[in-house]
Design a protein. Structure first.
Length: 300
């Protein structure tokens, strides 16, 4: 199995764990922005230490970071902050598994963003697999049904938040790949770490300034919740590092398509930890997503 596939599956697993933690912590003393901030403030120092240790152990210098690198990195960081806020807000709208499925429209949106921003195309077979996965996501969410309620569901606040999150995550993923490719290094892991370090540091600074201005009590609340919030940081760092490594190695649309295994992990989490029901429709959705992912892994 190729490195980018392994990294993507690991990223999906870590992301599932982080979403579970954020669902729990967002229901407590933290606001939506505070729960988002917890992700960045506890992961940024870990990433920067990891970069320093890696550079020292290899005896190499930090690669030069061009102006275009910073444009990509900062745009991606802003998009991810806004997308994460949308996802945390989603936890208050619908149940855990169904709410997140709207976000996964990002897979198709990423293909378009990759074409527009980086000029990266997907093959017809790859596009077919991506679209099959999207059908699986929609079936899993219950959005297109025969009940006559699908228009109302698409017009709901939850659908709007999910679709907006998907678009923002698509933009951030593509710009992260753009930033990584701007670094002058042949080491994909180093490029991933440096990009992640630059992004998480800028995100932490931006969120700190925002919370001090708009929600000053939330910084103290995040610190008070550190026993749980630190695990959000750890899972965020591990997941992001895996995502960034995969983005460095492969077209982002393919990475995100394989990353749909996250839906299977999320459904398992909703059943095991949140006592939510498993339906026949969800089984069909999982089967379609699985075929989509296997097609990309086996035939790319």
């Amino acid at each position: 199995m190729e490195t980018w596939v392994i990294a993507t599956i690991l990223a999906a697993g870590f992301q599932t764990a982080r979403f579970m933690l954020q669902k729990q912590i967002s229901m407590g003393a933290l606001s939506t922005a505070g729960a988002t901030f917890a992700r960045f403030v506890y992961s940024a120092p870990l990433v920067l230490v990891l970069v320093a240790v890696y550079l020292y152990s290899r005896g190499i210098d930090l690669p030069a970071m061009s102006g275009l690198f910073w444009i990509y990195a900062l745009l991606g960081g802003l998009g991810q902050i806004l997308a994460t806020i949308c996802v945390v807000a989603l936890f208050r709208q619908r149940n855990f598994a169904v709410g997140i499925t709207f976000k996964n429209t990002e897979v198709v949106l990423t293909a378009f963003a990759g074409l527009l921003v980086l000029g990266e195309r997907v093959t017809p077979a790859g596009l077919a697999a991506i679209l099959l996965g999207l059908v699986g996501v929609l079936v899993l969410s219950g959005t297109p049904g025969l009940s006559g309620n699908w228009l109302r569901r698409l017009a709901s606040r939850a659908a709007g938040l999910g679709l907006l999150a998907g678009a923002l995550f698509a933009v951030s993923s593509v710009t992260y790949r753009g930033a990584s490719l701007e670094l002058a290094s042949d080491d994909p892991f180093l490029r991933a770490m440096v990009t992640l370090g630059a992004v998480t540091a800028s995100q932490t600074i931006a969120m700190t300034l925002w919370l001090r201005w708009r929600e000053p009590g939330q910084i103290s609340a995040v610190i008070a919740a550190r026993r749980r919030a630190v695990w959000i940081g750890l899972t965020s760092m591990a997941g992001s590092l895996c995502w960034f490594t995969a983005f460095t190695l492969q077209n982002v649309a393919y990475v995100k398509a394989v990353g749909q295994v996250e839906l299977i992990f999320l459904l398992a989490a909703s059943i095991l930890f949140f006592n939510e029901k498993f339906t026949r429709r969800e089984a069909v959705g999982i089967a379609l997503i699985s075929v989509s992912v296997l097609s990309l892994v086996l035939f790319l």
